[in-house]
Design a protein around this ligand. Structure first.
Ligand code: A2P
Length: 321
């Protein structure tokens, strides 16, 4: 079972990262505590985003842990307000300031979507600047068709040393192929929803063949509540290994060559999620079979479609629906 993955540019990534996209109704300070607990129990990989609105807390947690910056792999993401120049650079500098660091290890394009805003010149657009029509946010669809300029700006900022690597998130095969037509730097990662309820085997195989690391958000299938952790097959395997159901789900992803980013604000769960186990072939294939049979295939949109699935996109943007 892998303890790290090596990106196509030679950079190493600790195999499990802490996800920080926690619900907005969480108490202030909870994310800082989660990050501190994670670093203290051995995590060296934290997955953040400007859009989660809590990078200041992540920075606090990092400082409170006492773990040196250079030992931690930090990812953040370019938000859907910041695709157009000069906003990518302003947003990245804002992220760095909030995190309290002068570089990222990895910076991802969060979605290939941009919102129109009325932000004054020279100001970093915020959600309050979003332009609305009939109460709906105006989306700049041209960006969904063509993110080449956004990507070129991300490449420039990598070359300027503000981030060590760049990648994408929520891209299907077709969207990555289109990006590769103009990219000078290949994305090292594609972060998508991956779990037993959303296995996306075709996408995962394609990414691996093309040396792009698949990263898994919602690896415990949080959108299905506790259904995956409490699935009878998962529970049976967990009992055999004396670990939690969540650790079985994480181990299965690792054995598929995927980097899982489980979220939790509970210190005991944060620690339990690091206790992965080597699954036997039978156990591994029992889980593969479950994934194959899973009735709710969520984002397997391997069509020649440049536009994200709006239902999935809206789920992560409650402010839009
Ligand atoms: P909490 O943050 O209250 O600990 P996902 O990473 O798939 O999005 O799942 C996140 C959800 O799973 C959170 O609600 C989190 O709850 C819960 N969770 C994380 N790890 C565990 C675990 N080991 N056991 C039970 N629930 C967990």
């Amino acid at each position: 079972i892998p303890h790290s993955f090596t990106l196509s540019n030679g950079v190493k990534v600790p195999a499990i990262g802490l996800g920080t996209a926690v619900r907005a109704d969480r108490r202030p300070g909870e994310v800082a505590k989660a990050v501190e607990a994670a670093l203290k129990c051995g995590y060296r990989h934290i997955d953040c985003a400007w859009g989660y609105g809590n990078e200041g807390e992540v920075g606090e947690g990092i400082r409170a842990s006492g773990v040196p910056r250079e030992e931690i792999f930090i990812t953040s993401k370019l938000y859907e307000l910041h695709h157009k120049k000069p906003h990518p650079e302003m947003a990245l500098r804002d992220t760095l300031k909030k995190l309290g660091t002068d570089y990222l290890d990895l910076w991802l394009m969060h979605w290939n979507i941009n919102f129109e805003t009325d932000a004054p010149d020279g100001e970093l657009p915020q959600m309050s600047h979003v332009r609305k029509h009939n109460d709906k946010i105006v989306i700049d669809v041209a960006i969904a068709d063509d993110v080449s300029e956004t990507w070129a700006e991300m490449e420039r900022l990598q070359q300027a040393g503000l981030t060590k690597s760049i990648g994408v998130s929520n891209f299907n095969i077709y969207r990555i192929k289109k990006l590769l037509e103009t990219a000078k730097i290949k994305p090292v990662v594609n972060q998508v929803e991956l779990s037993l309820q959303c296995p996306q085997p075709e996408l995962v195989e394609w990414l691996k063949k093309n040396d792009i690391l698949p990263e898994a958000y919602s690896p415990l299938g949080s959108t299905a509540g506790k259904a995956l952790r409490e699935n009878p097959t998962v529970v049976e395997i967990a009992q055999k290994h004396d670990c939690q159901g969540a650790a079985v789900l994480i181990s299965w992803l690792l054995m598929r060559g995927i980097c899982p980013l489980p979220k939790s604000v509970t210190p005991e769960r944060i620690e339990a999620n690091l206790k992965t186990v080597q699954l036997s072939d039978d156990e591994f294939y029992a889980l593969e079979k479950l994934a194959e049979d899973h009735p709710s295939k969520r984002v397997c949109d391997q069509t020649d479609d440049l536009h994200p699935r709006y239902d999935i996109f809206l789920e992560s943007h409650p402010e839009l629906s």
